[in-house]
Design a protein around this ligand. Sequence first.
Ligand SMILES: Cc1cc2nc3c(=O)[nH]c(=O)nc-3n(C[C@H](O)[C@H](O)[C@H](O)COP(=O)(O)OP(=O)(O)OC[C@H]3O[C@@H](n4cnc5c(N)ncnc54)[C@H](O)[C@@H]3O)c2cc1C
Length: 390
Amino acid sequence: MFTQPIQNAYDVVIVGARCAGATTAMLLAGLGLRVLVFDKSRLGADTVSTHALMRPAVLLLRRWGLADRLEREGTPRIERTTFVYSDDTGSESVAVDIKPRHGVDALYAPRRTVLDRVLAEAARDAGADVRHGVQMLDLLRFSSGRVSGVVLRDEAGDVREVRAGLVVGADGRRSKVAQLVGASPYVLARHATSCAFGYFQDLPIDGNRWYYRPGTGAGAIPTNHEQTLLFTAVSQDLALGPAEERDNAFVRVIEQSAPDIGARLRAAKQVGKLRFFPGMRGYLRQPWGQGWALVGDAGCMTDPITAHGITNALRDADILARTIGSGGDLSAYQMARDDLSMKFFELSDRVASYDWDIPRVQQYHRMMSQEMSREEEALISMEIASASAA
Ligand SMILES: Cc1cc2nc3c(=O)[nH]c(=O)nc-3n(C[C@H](O)[C@H](O)[C@H](O)COP(=O)(O)OP(=O)(O)OC[C@H]3O[C@@H](n4cnc5c(N)ncnc54)[C@H](O)[C@@H]3O)c2cc1C
């Protein structure tokens, strides 16, 4: 396909084109800004992440007309989440049906190969210049120190400079933009979860299933291609042992924490290899400065045990784009992000400590559910405020 060359200047250049970057690009291009968003990976490439979306994420995807598109791409509707709590004294299941509210009547867990591609295509449809196979090498600055653009290596391998009114780092937890601008974390988690996950056929399940047993977590999530994602989670301090032991450890944790799934595991067909994430402590970083901003994991990473990173990324893309669109001070973005992130972040850190018994983790889950309702209401209020200001 013929592509126009990358221009020399844009209103906004976004580094990273997955859930945070592609979404920010889609929203800013929708406001009429000239936007370049690029990623060093290829369109539709996978990444080390599971993919459960929480209600606030689905609310936004519905608003943007993308939830139906995910369904058309074969992403199953998830109408029930079951929490299974067990310890040596017994087991308790708590099933929560998704209550239709604010247009959300199901959750989704789209493969990242699907979600990130759909978001990138939506950014392109909104008018953003979307590129893959393009890597940011450095930032450009005015003599005042203000960021003024990026140095990138384009699809042909040529190194070039592109000017921008604002550079947005949506380049994930190892953000080079954050590193180059010196955006240091001002909140740091104390704990980190080590995860393993894989995909299985012939293992149908009724909605999301989350399993909690002192010391471990596990989950089963229906996803695209009629597959079920299984994951295990343990404290980073315990990890899952040496590489050759990890596959066995995965099966052991599933059998112990999720015996109903464990009993069906040997008859199911594993698709591809298991993937492992060694764990990394979460943080909140300073998300803006002179000529730059951070969105998604680049600015705020929450432990994966509570499956909220993509929801954060979509939410913060929405808040950042609104703030830019209203010509507002980016400190308003930071305030809103922190207000909606801090408590959930702290609760995730407590779950990631694995230093809980069942009543305590149930209490954390109730508190997280309240936080997600608050998050959903905040997103609705922002939309109403923007509509009445227009
Ligand atoms: C094991 C695991 C399980 C998880 N499970 C869930 C879950 O179930 N639900 C959930 O909501 N969240 C989950 N998360 C969190 C979720 O993966 C992240 O929050 C989410 O990916 C953040 O999106 P992002 O767009 O900010 O960054 P990323 O998805 O990390 O994307 C960053 C992009 O930037 C690109 N990039 C980086 N540097 C450059 C450069 N110099 N030039 C060009 N491009 C660059 C990268 O190629 C990458 O594509 C999980 C995370 C892990 C590790």
